[in-house]
Each structure stands twice: as structure tokens, then as C-alpha cells.
Design a protein around this ligand. Structure first.
Ligand code: FAD
Length: 441
């Protein structure tokens, strides 16, 4: 890899994938004269408003948000502020409960409560600010070839190719860059499929959010998660009830179960219509607390997103060269801790920092910076994959039979008793709906 002194020209960085990881990296390098950065994205600029998870939310620590505020260009920062959702009075907390809405345990320590809910859709828009110059849409990466003095030759499905000094695969869980770089790497299926829906966010549905912030309801071999994103500019709609605009506030309902245990066995889950998927969720919740059934009933079928959950098998360090990977391409994980996007963003920030560091220390080669990035990324990413899998196992493997689920819940209840909880956070469980109604009368 050329050093800055040898080449005496900006380092050409090609990024495959305009997800949060690829775009944060590009934005951090875009105004630095030491770099010439281009992102190649297979999708189109408008994104997919209707079906993809671009419209859901991610949880980001305030420290990471501050770091983004400090380092991103001013135009991106301004839009980033608008992507941050309104938190409930007592912050972001998660209550684990059984399907009759009986509390099992509370996850409400300060680190959890301070998490910020950020709209994926608005974050994407923010990260695309000023990107006309450096994001090329509709370009599908196919392969690369390390081409001696010319750098890396990157080929696309349209037959075109480009050359760069550093190729970064930020192309998500199914990464083609990873498959070529690390042909022995693999991802394992967890056997679990989750169906996500959105519901309109109104004062009435807001009051239906269990424990005001969100819950994970755990049944043997099934789970249900309820979360929300509240748009500060337009908290309560109005809504087109057939299609929730990705800009709007929403309640999110996610229903997990083993893929081969869908009630509807007539078709593969991928072939079920949005209405059939909603019926599937309603069927699963039969006999559950009416609040949980009502939350499913108010979801909008067209907002459905189905995820067959896979997890990256641990990746061993490889010999650093002119090709690297970040985000889900390196460490895709189960969504059960909501850590994937955060890790992709941290990877991008670490890589940008290391590349700039090598720039300042002229004699250091870029390889040294990339090696340091890879070492810290693998350590953090592999740990996050493991913890996220542990969270899925807690819900599924440890609750595979009614008895196992009973023991698990008992253990979690003891954990709740032994864990300190913030004082003065009295919130009715599971909801404040009836209380707020009484006040209104
Ligand atoms: C339902 C669900 C809920 C989630 N909730 C959270 C959460 O609350 N918090 C959180 O932190 N994370 C969450 N995640 C995980 C998070 O969405 C991902 O970890 C994150 O998007 C990874 O970012 P990335 O940039 O690495 O990859 P991606 O966002 O997957 O982006 C990869 C990009 O590469 C493009 N691409 C792929 N192949 C090619 C190719 N051959 N050529 C060109 N372009 C290509 C894709 O089109 C895509 O735009 C959730 C995931 C799911 C499925």
C-alpha cells in the first residue's frame, strides 16, 4: 500500500455500501484533502420507503451522538439533530414480562435510560447530505483484484471497473467483499424469524406502550417486543392508515418464533402476504393479555418487515492489506440487543480516525492504521455478536419448554430483586392508560 509521501496524492478510498457504516466513513473523510472517497451503492437514492428496515429506529448512546456531532460536517450535524426522537419522561427502559403482562424484570440502569432513539430513515437522509459528489447509486459490486502498483481493481455488475488504494466492504451482512476476502467465514442461522410491524403513534396509542417505554414479552418459544420512535417535529401524525410514512413517529411491534413453527404452514413465511403475517401474529397472541393483542391489532400490514435471524461466526484476524470490512459485513448480529448499527458507526469512526492518524504521521503506512482498526473492530464486533446471540438464547433456547421458561423467568425475577433500580421512577405496570383515562373523566 502506498504511503502518503510516496504517492503524493490523495488516498483513493472506495466504499461498497451506503448503510450507516459506509456513509459515516465517507462523511468523515469527504472534506479531508488527503482522501478521495467514493461510495458505491446497489440501491437507488430514494431508498425503499415501504418495506425495508430503513424506516425503523436505532438506539445510540449519548456519547456516540456527541462524537458524531463533533466530527461530522455541519450540514450533516444539523440533519442528525432532527433524526433524534423524543424520549419518554423516564428515558429508554425495557421491561421483561410474561404474556399476561406480569413483570419479570426491569432493565433500567442509567446507561440504558440515556440511550437515544434515532430514526434510521432520517439518519440515512442526514448522512446523504452533500453526497451527490461521492455516492454512486445503482452500482452493484461483484469482485475485486489486488492489482500491484495500480492498487485495487474493483468490478461492478455493469462491466465497469475502477481503481482505488483502499477498498472498504460496508456492504452489510451478506457482504460480497467479505466472501472474497475471507472465503471461509460463515454465518449461522438461529432458526428464529421475527415479523416487525409499525402502528400509528397517537396520544392514545402512546398510552398503550407497556411500561411507557417498551417491553419484551416472553412466552415459551415465542417473543414479542414493543418499542417506539417519536418524531419531535410531528409527534402524533396525521397518518395515512394504509402506509406509515418513514418520517412519522411509530410504535414498533416485533413477534419472534422459530421459523418452522409458524401457525400458517400453507406457505413459506417469505410467501405470506402482509395481511397473512398480521393474522399469524394475532393467532400467536391468542390467550395473551388483551393489551398485547390490541397492540398487534392496531399495526399497519403494509409496514411489515420479516427478518430470518442469522449471526456471524467469529472471524479470526487476517493479514492486513488493501481491502477491509466494517459493520454488518464483519459482525452481523441478532437484533436482540439493538447493537448492530451502533457498531457499524463506531467501526467507521475508528477507521476514519486511524486513516487520518496515518496521514498526520507521514511515514507510517496506511496499512498500520488499517491493522489497528481491524484489531479493535474484531475484538468489539465479535463480543457484540456473542452478547446479541446470548440475548436471543435467553429468549428462545432458555425458554424452549414451559418448564425451562418458568425457571428462566424465576431466575430473572431474582436478578430484578438483586439489581438496584433508580429511585422515584414509579410508573404503572403494564400501562398508564386506564389512569390517564380516569384523569380525563
Ligand atoms: C429489524 C432490525 C432491527 C434492528 N434494530 C437495530 C437497533 O435498534 N439498533 C442498532 O444499532 N441496530 C439495529 N439493527 C441492525 C442494523 O440495522 C445493522 O446492524 C446496520 O444497518 C448495519 O449497518 P451497515 O452499514 O454495516 O450495513 P447495512 O445497513 O446493511 O448497509 C449495507 C449497504 O450495502 C449495500 N450493498 C450490499 N451489497 C452490495 C453490493 N454488492 N454492491 C453495492 N452495494 C451493496 C446495501 O444495499 C446496503 O445499503 C436492526 C436490524 C434489523 C434487521
Amino acid at each position: 500500500m502506498p504511503t502518503r509521501l510516496e504517492s503524493n496524492r490523495p488516498l483513493r478510498v472506495a466504499i461498497i455500501g451506503a448503510g450507516p457504516g459506509g456513509l459515516v466513513l465517507a462523511q468523515l473523510l469527504r472534506d479531508d484533502p488527503g482522501f478521495e472517497v467514493t461510495v458505491y451503492e446497489r440501491g437507488e437514492a430514494e431508498g425503499d420507503e415501504t418495506s425495508s428496515l430503513t424506516g425503523y429506529r436505532i438506539l445510540i448512546t449519548p456519547e456516540l451522538l456527541d462524537s458524531l456531532r463533533k466530527h461530522l460536517p455541519a450540514d450533516v450535524q444539523m440533519l442528525l439533530e432532527k433524526a433524534i426522537g423524543v424520549s419518554q419522561k423516564n428515558g429508554n427502559r425495557l421491561g421483561m414480562m410474561d404474556t399476561m403482562c406480569r413483570l419479570i424484570c426491569r432493565v433500567d440502569l442509567a446507561g440504558m435510560r440515556s440511550l437515544c432513539s434515532v430514526s434510521r430513515w432520517k439518519l440515512r437522509k442526514a448522512l446523504l447530505s452533500g453526497s451527490r459528489e461521492f455516492v454512486k447509486f445503482g452500482r452493484v459490486f461483484t469482485s475485486y483484484e489486488v492489482d500491484g502498483s495500480k492498487g485495487v481493481k474493483v468490478s461492478f455488475s455493469d462491466g465497469e471497473s475502477i481503481h482505488c488504494d483502499l477498498l472498504v466492504g460496508a456492504d452489510g451482512a451478506g457482504s460480497r467483499v467479505r466472501k472474497q476476502l475471507l472465503p471461509d467465514s460463515s454465518r449461522s442461522s438461529t432458526g428464529v424469524t421475527t415479523i416487525y410491524f409499525k402502528a400509528p403513534y397517537t396520544p392514545e396509542t402512546e398510552a398503550m406502550i407497556p411500561w411507557a417505554s417498551g417491553i419484551m414479552a416472553m412466552a415459551p418459544r415465542r417473543s414479542m417486543v414493543v418499542a417506539y420512535y417519536k418524531n419531535p417535529a410531528k409527534p402524533y401524525g396525521p397518518y395515512d392508515l394504509n402506509n406509515i410514512d418513514p418520517e412519522d413517529s411509530f410504535l414498533m411491534v416485533g413477534m419472534g418464533c422459530y421459523t418452522n413453527e409458524f401457525f400458517n404452514q400453507d406457505k413459506h413465511p417469505d410467501e405470506l402476504t402482509p395481511e397473512e403475517l398480521k393474522d399469524e401474529c394475532l393467532n400467536r397472541a391468542r390467550g395473551w393479555h388483551p393489551l398485547l393483542q390490541a397492540l398487534i391489532a392496531i399495526t399497519v400490514p403494509n409496514s411489515v418487515f420479516v427478518s430470518h435471524i442469522k449471526t456471524q461466526d467469529p472471524i479470526e484476524p487476517w493479514k492486513t492489506g488493501q481491502v477491509t470490512i466494517l459493520g454488518d459485513a464483519a459482525h452481523s448480529m441478532t437484533p436482540f440487543l439493538g447493537q448492530g448499527a451502533t457498531n457499524a458507526i463506531v467501526d467507521a469512526m475508528t477507521l476514519a480516525e486511524k486513516l487520518k492518524w496515518t496521514e498526520e504521521k507521514e511515514k507510517e503506512t496506511i496499512t498500520a492504521g488499517v491493522r489497528e482498526y481491524e484489531s479493535s473492530m474484531l475484538k468489539r464486533g465479535n463480543a457484540a455478536v456473542k452478547n446479541s446471540l446470548y440475548a436471543l438464547d435467553l429468549t428462545f433456547a432458555w425458554g424452549n419448554t414451559p418448564w425451562r421458561a418458568w425457571f428462566r423467568n424465576l431466575a430473572l425475577s431474582f436478578w430484578d430483586i438483586l439489581t438496584p433500580h433508580p429511585a422515584n421512577l414509579v410508573e404503572p405496570f403494564p400501562v398508564s392508560y386506564s389512569e390517564s383515562n380516569k384523569k380525563g373523566n
